[in-house]
Design a protein around this ligand. Structure first.
Ligand SMILES: *Cc1c(COP(=O)(O)O)cnc(C)c1O
Length: 376
């Protein structure tokens, strides 16, 4: 096998689209006086954290968001010196390397504050801390009842600097949901506690959906994830460009007679003689098996149905009277601009969200290729 062979499963990442989407989102944020954090957790939602981060910083983001200290340190090791916030690790994770690397860390409890302060002490520095208030998501974040004590303890701790107060919304993708205003009100109250303690940290609350629909909640910084990848989390139309195209190529083409059945379980039977194209991608490459019998691919300039079950490494396309050449491109999902399926269509079909589809491409068998403006 040579490196120039067509990959079986390839995620093409258009960094020009990252730049377009970030410019749109950062423009909205700047309209409210807010800065933009590009969230690149889970290896950039399956798109590759480092290339996405660089394109996002070029296009107007000034912060990066990472789930863990390890993700944040990987960005630093790639030479990225932008401000980075890391928000969730296990209780025994050593945060000293992240603090030494100038990564901001989140704190939700007195115990976390003590661990961060101890880690800062070990590296002889001061940790930049974002105090997280739980305004109603009930995930991480400090419960309101414990907040005044946490703020007081943080303010009195010389090894931390309180850079921000922040929280996360539960239902921002449903504009008008009453929880959004309820969370915003709790957030304002929590922030007032911090200012009353003599602090003046940044405030951040909005994810992609709130960035698109609630300029009043942009505050000082917005944290955009999914919309940067071109997937729209809100009902209204937005000029976002899907960044990932998932493609393969026909490996083999053959005729079968009427009455022949296809793939495991023989769930599909040809009612007339037809041509089948074998495509070497399957559920080990991120094609959900639950799409069996419920998906099309884009092949030879049109949509064609997948016949029978999606297997671990392969699927079979019914090409009717057409006989695509082996090597012909097969688009599993893309931008939708030409009529090809999209990640959103897969998600809607199987009852999930497009976040899970693209993040599911974060796997060793899927090769990534970067195209577009901003490639380095
Ligand atoms: C993932 C995440 C985001 C980004 O959310 P999107 O809906 O993808 O914009 C923002 N903030 C936090 C804390 C997150 O975990």
């Amino acid at each position: 096998m040579s490196d120039t062979a067509t990959p079986r499963a390839e995620a093409v990442i258009d960094l020009g689209s990252i730049r377009h989407n970030v410019a749109l989102l950062a423009g909205r944020a700047a309209g409210s006086g807010a800065a933009t954090m590009a969230v690149v957790k889970a290896d950039g939602y399956g798109h590759g954290a480092v290339p996405v981060a660089r394109a996002a910083l070029d296009a107007g983001a000034t912060w990066l968001g990472a789930c863990s200290a390890a993700e944040a340190i990987a960005l630093r090791e790639a030479g990225i010196d932008a401000r980075i916030l890391s928000w969730l690790d296990t209780a025994d994770t050593d945060l000293a390397p992240a603090i030494a690397a100038g990564v901001d860390v989140s704190v939700s409890s007195a115990a976390e504050l003590a661990r961060v302060a101890a880690a800062a002490g070990r590296v002889g520095g001061v940790a930049e801390v974002h105090l997280k208030i739980d305004t109603g998501l009930s995930r991480n974040g400090c419960p309101p009842a414990l907040w005044p004590d946490l703020v007081a303890a943080a303010a009195a701790e010389p090894r931390v600097r309180i850079a921000a107060v922040w929280s996360h919304l539960a239902c921002a993708d449903e504009p008008g949901h009453p929880s959004i205003d309820a969370q915003a009100a709790r957030f304002a109250e929590a922030y007032a506690t911090a200012t009353a303690a003599g602090l003046s940290p940044l405030r951040h609350l909005a994810n992609s959906a709130a960035t698109l629909t609630r300029p009043d909640l942009h505050l000082d910084l917005v944290r955009v994830g999914i919309a940067m990848y071109g997937l729209n989390p809100v009902p209204q139309k937005e000029d976002l460009r899907p960044v990932m195209t998932f493609r393969s190529a026909v490996a083999l083409c053959k005729r079968i007679a009427a009455g022949e059945s296809v793939s495991y379980g023989h769930t599909w039977t040809a009612d007339v003689a037809t041509t089948l194209a074998l495509v070497p991608v399957g559920y080990a490459d991120g094609v959900p098996r639950t799409l069996s019998g419920r998906m099309d691919v884009w092949l030879g300039g049109r949509r064609r149905p997948v016949a029978g079950r999606v297997c671990m490494d392969q699927l079979v396309v019914d090409c009717g009277g057409d006989e695509p050449e082996p090597g012909s491109e097969v688009v599993l999902f893309g931008t939708g601009a030409a009529g090809e399926p999209t990640a959103r269509e897969w998600a809607d079909t199987i009852g999930t969200i497009d976040y899970e589809i693209v993040t599911g491409m974060f796997r060793p068998r899927v090769r990534r290729r970067y195209v577009g403006e901003g490639v380095r």
